[in-house]
Design a protein around this ligand. Structure first.
Ligand code: FAQ
Length: 316
């Protein structure tokens, strides 16, 4: 008698035993769908995230700073590429996911819809934005989906370097002239709250967390990660002699955590709906990059086809 395989049970057993789900394994449609959503949005964030930083490459204050920033921006492009490849293992077309972003059907991180006004913003983005990204992404190295988890191992190593690069820029400014210190404080004032929003809505408001935690796509909730980030970052700001722009921020001995003020979720929702200060400019830049790069993609495809044809002819 032939036995009928229970694919869903096999999948759940793997999740339970921490066995990674690989590209050719059976997986529920909803698991595939939420992974395509999360990973492609993560990839878009990496690529859009290049824009506010690239804005300062030509104006970096020294050759050393320019080289480091250039390398960081290139790293973000690489992260986008690993992540788009991970999405493709799930059967989605990279071009379709990119079109989804361009047409407003897919999101990217709220944080990249704010402008980088001064050089201190570049340090602060490295310190806070990469810091928050690492806080969120270390758990993703243990995500249940194999290709995503492996991509995240490498990405986290690079993000750690970015965070230190940013912190070092802010430290230099904080120890510099009063004007430089003021510039660092101003950047912290503008980036603090949007960085806290990067972790997503509170667990009670989060659409996907419960199921994603059950499937071990996410390994920690949005609120827990946000709290860990705050607990780590406050002493870093104190060391720099900078003030976190939150009058309600206070160490809570009983909880063993910092209490913090109310996040403006209306601002978050408005930004992710497309109404942040830089949303339109970011999408314009990404669409222009796609249009201006069309000839390169066409030439590369024509070359690859020609090469394959020649190979087939010489094999015949
Ligand atoms: N921005 O139910 P949840 C970086 C949306 S990479 C915009 O909690 P989920 C590197 C969410 O998509 C930064 N939208 O969702 C870098 C959902 O809407 P949907 C990106 C957000 O997925 C540094 C709705 O709200 N990192 O910084 C945001 O379970 C420097 C309900 O939310 C990743 O993408 C947000 N912040 O949890 C580059 C990490 N938060 O999709 C350059 C991977 C939530 O139903 C320079 N992603 N939403 O339309 C994740 O870990 C998760 O997707 C979360 C959200 C935690 C972001």
């Amino acid at each position: 008698m032939t036995q009928v395989r229970d694919f869903e049970q096999e999948f759940l057993d793997k999740i339970e035993k921490e066995v990674k789900i690989e590209a050719r394994d059976w997986m529920p449609d909803a698991y595939r769908k939420t992974l395509i959503r999360q990973i492609s949005q993560h990839a878009h964030s990496e690529v859009v995230g290049m824009l506010p930083e690239a804005n300062w490459i030509t104006r970096a204050p020294s050759l050393r700073r320019k080289v480091a920033l250039l390398a960081k921006v290139q790293d973000e492009a690489g992260h986008g590429l690993y992540l788009y490849s991970a999405v493709e293992t799930l059967g989605a077309k990279r071009e379709d996911t990119i079109d989804d972003m361009h047409e407003g059907r897919a999101k990217y991180s709220n944080i990249f819809n704010y402008p980088t006004l001064t050089w201190a913003d570049i340090g602060t983005v490295g310190w806070l934005v990469d810091g928050a990204a690492i806080q969120n992404q270390v758990m993703l190295t243990r995500t249940s989906h194999g290709p995503y988890s492996r991509a995240m191992v490498r990405i986290c190593k690079e993000e750690s370097f970015h965070q230190r690069q940013g912190y070092e820029i802010v430290m230099t400014l904080a120890q510099g002239t009063p004007e430089q210190k003021e510039m660092a404080q101003d950047a912290l004032n503008r980036w603090w709250w949007p960085s806290l929003m990067m972790f997503g809505p509170s667990d009670a408001e989060s659409t996907h967390s419960q199921q994603s935690l059950a499937w071990k796509i996410k390994r920690q909730g949005n609120d827990e990660l946000r709290q860990e980030f705050i607990d780590k970052t406050v002493p870093q700001a104190e060391y720099l002699g900078l003030t976190i722009p939150d009058p309600d921020l206070k160490w809570n001995e009983e909880r063993g955590h910092y209490d913090f003020g109310k996040i403006n979720w209306d601002e978050f929702l408005n930004v992710i709906k497309g109404n942040g200060p830089m949303n339109r400019s970011r999408l314009r830049a990404r669409k222009a990059a796609k249009d201006n790069g069309a000839w390169v993609r066409e030439a590369a495809t024509a070359y690859a086809e020609k090469k394959a044809k020649r190979k087939a002819q010489s094999a015949a």
